[in-house]
Design a protein around this ligand. Structure first.
Ligand code: PXP
Length: 407
């Protein structure tokens, strides 16, 4: 970590493809599956949102790693993996370089044999260890750091190997209506958009009928009820007016959200703990109409416990704090909080959805969590659709939710 290893850019080896600057080079005397290793590295970097940074991977034997270890780190003995980061504190986005990872295949092979595992798996694990170092983690800084690092490595190994029950992706088409309302005419029509979203493979359509009708109109919800073939989610405030509309239209599920007229978008979760009995009554009224209910809540323990008491079927975790985290450490903390809360909710018998602020860089990491059954994503998909078309935008997001990366 202390120095940047001036590893040669490969003359022989796998050059980066045009999407991802991951170089893999081997000085090892035997043939190795370099392409496979590069794919693993690309997948991890995509999931971490580090895909634009350059990474060099060099595979060597014990003699060469001893030499590198001695020359650059003053430790003239063999080891399994060494990371050379651009900075000691983690990714440096300005430089465009993440760093280099040197792995001894001899040591990896021995460790694999000792653990009764394969060389490929051991190389993957060492690659991940190297990447986590480049992210700024350092197990030599004490027990707490070491535990954090191990946790991160397990998370990334899961991304590579875990068979996941895939979550559903429901697309919120509110902002198609926002564009329509900008001119007050009738295009683009969110009802047509919903059809395209379904054709692209989304598992459902979401709309938020706001009290001020700033984007979705009553007419949209009525038409969508007739046309949506997958699942229609109606987001709304728990007001008498909205409860009456839901009872008449009968969406497949209602997500209750807090609403303030001045806000640009739903800013925080419902304070279920405070609203208590009012929400319980709204949930009961929706249940009387045969409509399941989800509550949009911040990832806080007291909100989950209060949600359970309302009789709701489901919670939607507000992912805004995670999505808007200013740096990787904060994002990690918010991620851990979501993991904890998703487990608590599921263990309390609530189904778990998630949404708000999710985009093409931060969704894959959450998609690995098996507790989350459904993602509700709107703004980023509609924004991307302006540039690449709705079908492409939905399909790219589906790839992230179902496979953890865009192919
Ligand atoms: N879930 C809920 C409850 C929301 O209110 C919103 C925003 O309308 C979303 C998900 C989607 O958020 P975004 O548009 O940021 O993807």
């Amino acid at each position: 970590m202390e120095a940047r290893f001036k590893g040669d850019r490969p003359l022989h080896g796998i050059l980066p493809n045009n999407k991802m600057p991951v170089y893999v080079n081997s000085h090892y005397p035997e043939p190795l599956e370099l392409l496979r290793l590069r794919r693993a590295a690309q997948r991890i970097l995509r999931t971490l949102g580090l895909a634009d940074l350059e990474l060099g991977i060099l595979l060597v034997d014990n003699r060469e790693i001893t030499d590198i270890n001695g020359r650059w780190l003053k430790r003239p003995w063999p080891t399994n993996v060494i990371s050379f980061g651009q900075t000691p504190d983690g990714p440096d986005f300005d430089s465009g370089i993440l760093g280099d990872i040197v792995i001894s295949v001899d040591t990896a092979r021995k460790e694999a044999a000792d653990a009764d595992s394969s060389l490929e798996k051991r190389l993957d694990a060492l690659l991940i260890h190297g990447i986590v170092h480049l992210m700024g983690f350092d197990h030599t800084l004490g027990e707490q750091q070491s535990e954090l690092m191990k946790k991160k490595e397990r998370e990334l190994l899961d991304i590579l190997y875990k068979e996941r029950i895939m979550a559903d992706l429901c697309i919120n088409v509110d902002h198609v209506a926002t564009i329509r309302q900008a001119r007050g005419g009738n295009e683009p029509d969110p009802v047509t958009a919903a059809g395209l979203v379904e054709l692209a493979g989304a598992d459902g359509v979401v709309v938020h009928l706001r009290e001020d009708r700033r984007h979705i109109q009553d007419r949209d919800v009525r038409l969508l009820r007739q046309t949506v073939q997958t699942r229609l989610t109606l987001e709304m405030a728990a007001t008498d007016e909205m409860l009456a509309i839901a009872a008449e239209i009968k969406p497949d599920i209602v997500t209750l959200v807090p609403e303030r007229r001045q806000e640009l978008t739903t800013e925080g979760g419902l304070d279920v703990a405070r609203l208590g009995s009012g929400l319980k009554e709204a949930v009961a009224r929706l249940h009387d109409s045969g409509i399941p209910v989800s509550l949009f809540v911040d990832p806080e323990e007291d909100q989950i416990l209060a949600s359970e008491r309302t009789g709701a079927d489901c919670i939607e975790i507000h992912t805004g704090r995670y999505a808007e985290a200013p740096d990787m450490n904060t994002q990690d903390m918010e991620f851990e909080q979501i993991v904890k809360i998703a487990r608590l909710a599921r263990d309390s018998g609530l189904r778990v959805h998630a949404g708000h602020g999710l985009n093409y860089r931060n969704t894959a990491r959450l998609a690995v969590l098996e507790e989350i059954e459904e993602f509700s994503i709107g703004h980023s998909v509609v924004s991307r659709a302006v540039l690449v078309g709705l079908r492409n935008a939905v399909r790219e997001m589906l790839a992230l939710v179902k496979r953890g990366y865009i192919a």
